[in-house]
Design a protein around this ligand. Structure first.
Ligand code: ADP
Length: 485
């Protein structure tokens, strides 16, 4: 794999702790899901590595919290520049270890780099306020300070962006970080660490540790020096980490699972809506927490909409992410293919119809592939409507009116992203107010950007990433009262 990189030094297999590359006693394999070939052995630094990283971060906190925000911004902007300059190599690592098409991986780097640039500028805008206070001759004001050492645990579906979206605002706010990437995608994370090293963060400010989550996780959540835990991943692990954080009353920022409704009303621009489904559904092969999970269409237009979707989805091509004509890559591994296939089979047994696709392509294409799929006529009790599909399967449901659609859309423990296609301004307001979701795309199939708040309600999470909110999450608000002026 290093031969494919313009800069082979970005290929790293050891952890980055306290400014030094550190190995471990054991290692784990990283595979390319498009062909199941091993591409790297990455060191597992174990509990001792996690402890060393936290110790280094605690030491670095003394320096980084007192570093001027302008200086913090300068280093972040350097990192941003280096990420941009190395876009092709970072995208190559993403495609090799995660599978998404190379041009989409480049898009992820642009998106992920955006958080670094935005956070750098935001560093200088963290400030307190003066307040009216009741006592005569007194003054009151607030200051915002870094919360302290932050542990971040990230998933494999956006190997770069899930790291920058947490690391950049934390660093901007003055918090050193210890990041544990997903075991499927450590190489992108370690390349980002190499670039952070070149950008010149002081030793210990930026740490990436790799290894067994069940060993590293408890240290990352339990160490008294850690004041906050940032996590993106499954709701199940989010709950576990929140329980672990409870012992130390640590702050948590959690981005968890979703069950996004994609609502198409009878007045919608159907071509735009069909294009929107295809775009939102097949990004990362459908393996994102904001992927449309339930396409809820007003019954009067449903047949017409399904035929437009059929035309769109029939032309989506699965293949190796390095091949130019691939629209979607493989799923992350064979278990993911088996899980998606089981959901589709159960839906069919429950009365749904496969319109396009509906089968694994693993044998044909030699990796963990599943066919881009459209199913129609399912009901809301099916497992495919209740759980996160996390694969390239679009499933259409019918409903009658606004009230019924809102009730169905909200009938889930999740509340991350929702999509609404309508041209009626009254509906836009009524329905966006009625949807219990943290982000709503109206006639828009993508909601995330560096300047806007990303996060969920209900069991989809706590906290917001992006915008000024993303940086504020990593600060403590302190109040000072001065008497006797
Ligand atoms: P997925 O099923 O999509 O892999 P997970 O929530 O299991 O989602 O994984 C997201 C991240 O959480 C990964 O970095 C993974 O290693 C980590 N993780 C999994 N189990 C634990 C655990 N017990 N403690 C800490 N982190 C964990």
């Amino acid at each position: 794999l290093s031969n494919r990189l313009n800069d082979p030094a970005l290929f790293r297999t050891q952890s980055y702790i306290g400014g030094a590359w550190t190995g471990g006693e054991t290692s784990f394999a990283v595979d390319n899901p498009a062909n199941r070939e091993k591409i790297a052995d990455v060191s597992d630094v174990g509990e001792a590595g996690a402890q060393a990283a936290i110790a280094a971060a605690s030491e670095a906190l003394k320096v980084w919290r007192k570093t001027s925000p302008f200086e913090r911004a300068r280093v972040l902007l350097k990192w941003h520049q280096l990420i941009q300059d190395n876009t092709d190599d970072l995208a190559t690592l993403i495609t090799a270890e995660m599978g998404k098409p190379w041009r989409e991986a480049k898009g992820e780097i642009a998106y992920g780099a955006g958080f670094v640039e935005w956070s750098a500028h935001e560093a200088a805008r963290v400030h307190g306020e003066t307040l009216p206070v009741p006592a005569p001759g007194a003054r009151g004001w607030t200051i915002r300070q870094p919360v302290g050492v932050v542990s971040c645990i990230t998933p494999w579906n956006f190997p770069a962006a899930m790291i920058t979206r947490k690391a950049a605002p934390a660093l901007a706010a003055g918090c050193p970080i210890v990041i544990k990437p997903a075991p499927e995608t450590p190489l992108t994370a370690l390349a980002l660490a190499e670039l952070a090293d070149r950008a010149g963060f002081p030793d210990g400010v930026f740490n990436v540790i790799c290894g067994d989550a069940t060993k590293l996780g408890p240290v990352m959540t339990g160490a008294p020096e850690v004041r906050m835990i940032g996590f993106t991943g499954s709701t199940e692990i989010g709950k576990l980490l929140m329980r672990q954080a409870a012992d130390g009353i640590k702050r948590v920022a959690l981005e968890l699972g979703g069950n996004a409704p994609f609502i198409v009303m009878d007045d919608a621009d159907l071509d735009a809506a069909a294009a929107g489904v295809a775009q939102a559904k097949f990004r990362s092969g459908g393996q994102t927490c904001v992927s449309p999970n339930r396409i809820i269409v007003q019954a009067s237009i449903a047949d017409e909409f399904v035929s437009r979707l059929e035309a769109k989805i029939s032309s989506v091509k699965a293949g190796d992410g390095f091949a130019e004509d691939s629209d979607i890559g493989p799923l992350i591994h064979d278990e993911a293919v088996a899980r998606v296939d089981a959901l589709v089979k159960k839906a069919v047994a429950g009365g749904a119809r496969v319109v396009v696709g509906g089968q694994p392509l693993a044998d044909e294409l030699g990796g963990s592939f599943y066919a881009p799929t459209l199913i129609d006529g399912g009901n809301f009790d099916l497992e495919i409507a209740r759980s996160e599909i996390f694969g390239p399967v679009a499933s259409v449901y019918r409903a009658q009116n606004e009230d019924e659609i809102l009730q169905l859309a909200n009938d889930t423990p999740y509340g991350l992203a929702a999509y609404l296609y309508t041209r009626d301004i009254g509906r836009v307001h009524r329905m966006s107010e009625g949807l219990d979701y943290g982000m709503i795309g109206v006639n828009a199939p993508m909601v995330g950007s560096a300047s806007t708040p990303f996060g969920g309600m209900k069991q989809s999470g706590i906290g917001r990433e992006g915008g000024k909110w993303g940086v504020e999450e990593f600060t403590e608000l302190k109040y000072v009262l001065l008497a006797g002026v």
